[in-house]
Design a protein around this ligand. Structure first.
Ligand code: ATP
Ligand code: MG
Length: 378
């Protein structure tokens, strides 16, 4: 006589979270059937959203593990099937509501997601490096984080986050790959190999709109947008699509870089966006003899912060200074941000300290430690 019942098995399945949608599979219509034989062996049928689901092995493993934990469970067989069109439509409606046209959730009144657009005047100052490291550091604090690679021509985020996965699509919903606990979407995921993208303004705008509206981001605490350098089409589109996005200005200490960074920040005046602060990158190089070399001069970050404070009439803080370290560059090339691979590295520590300042959450998550010193705000 079997001691395990079908309802025991269903109870176990209710604890299995879909890795992409991050909800219990029992709530997503993914359980096709459960059969418990007299000898205690268990057969479970699971619907995948698409046949090409990259998570099929992961889902199957999670199901097997959950059932194996049920006391008295015998051998488990998981059979995978694929949802039909009606089932997918049902799922889409459940996740997104019945709206005909997808809306940008972050631009809706009452959105709890903080959106940071990482911008700079000059190219190559470290926007993408700062973006992926802050994202990984914030995710490590238990926040739900997304990164949108808005650098359509010069995308580098997928490599820095170590993902070459392509997103799954459920009807018009795009499921973002997750890497280092960060949901990430990039145009690189939709092109073949290293093909360059040659689009004009309106196409760019449309692509960004799709990334914001058609991607199923779920409930994000923080969305980071990695912008291309300068004050071009993308920055303007972002300001139109998500007016409440705050600007994070990245600069090097060099006076010339600081001047253009100030210009990039100053568009916020015209678009009425808030400037969250300035990050100075490549601030110095620590030499083996213990001295510091100001490879790119000094003072640029503070200068930009001061001038933007004056320009917008609100405090724009210098959030941190990140030294040049070989490990930061290597970590980016290897696909594991330095805040995770070498948190004791001076550049990683500076990035963690900046993440602490940004980890102000609007969504409640009782009982989770955020590493924030609340006494500072009293
Ligand atoms: N603090 C640092 N120490 C060492 N190397 C760094 C540092 N910051 C960035 N780099 C390296 O500098 C290069 C440019 O950085 P990154 O791609 O992040 O800049 P970017 O501003 O996003 O560039 P683009 O304008 O082309 O998008 C990369 O090779 C990166 O690894
Ligand atoms: Mg970049």
């Amino acid at each position: 006589m079997s001691v395990v019942t079908e309802s025991d098995v269903r109870g176990a399945l209710a604890k299995v979270i879909d890795p992409e949608i991050r909800k219990p599979i029992t709530e997503l219509g993914m359980v096709k059937g459960v059969r418990v034989a007299a000898d205690g062996t268990i057969d479970v049928g699971i619907y995948l959203t698409t046949a090409a689901c990259p998570m099929r092995t992961e889902i199957s493993d999670r199901v097997s593990r959950a059932i194996a934990d049920v006391p008295g469970a015998g051998a488990v067989t998981v059979e995978l099937d694929v949802m039909n069109d009606e089932q997918r439509t049902e799922l889409r409606k459940q996740l997104r509501g019945d709206a005909a046209e997808p809306v940008i959730p972050f631009a809706q009144p009452g959105s709890l997601t903080r959106v940071y657009a990482v911008a700079s005047g000059k190219g190559g100052v470290g926007k993408s490096s700062v973006t992926v490291n802050l994202a990984a550091a914030l995710a490590a604090r238990g926040l739900s984080v997304g990164v949108l690679d808005a650098d359509i021509y010069g995308h580098s985020v997928p490599r820095m986050l170590g993902t070459d996965q392509r997103p799954t699509q459920v009807e018009r919903m795009i499921m973002p790959p997750i890497s280092h606990d960060v949901k990430v979407i990039s145009i690189a995921m939709f092109t073949q190999g290293n093909t360059p993208v040659v689009w004009r303004g309106p196409m760019l705008h449309r692509a960004l709109q799709q990334f914001l509206a058609d991607v199923f981001w779920g409930d994000l605490d923080i969305l980071l947008l990695d912008l291309p350098p300068g004050t071009g089409d993308v920055a303007i589109s972002i300001a139109q699509l998500i007016p409440n996005a705050e600007i994070l200005v990245v600069t090097t200490p060099q006076p010339a870089a600081a001047e253009v960074a100030e210009r990039a920040g100053a568009i916020a005046l015209q678009t009425r966006q808030r400037i969250a602060g300035v990050v100075e990158n490549m601030s110095w190089l620590d030499l083996p003899d213990g001295s510091r070399m100001d490879l790119y001069g000094s003072g640029g970050g503070q200068d930009v912060a001061d001038r933007l404070t004056q320009a917008v009439g609100a405090n724009v803080p210098l959030l941190g200074q990140i030294p040049i370290t070989q490990e930061l560059r290597e970590a980016g090339d290897d696909g594991t941000p330095i805040v995770l691979s070498a948190p004791e590295n001076p550049a990683a520590q500076a990035l963690h300290a900046i993440a602490d300042k940004l980890a102000v959450r609007r969504r409640g998550l009782a009982g989770m430690s955020l590493g924030i010193d609340t006494t500072r705000h009293l």
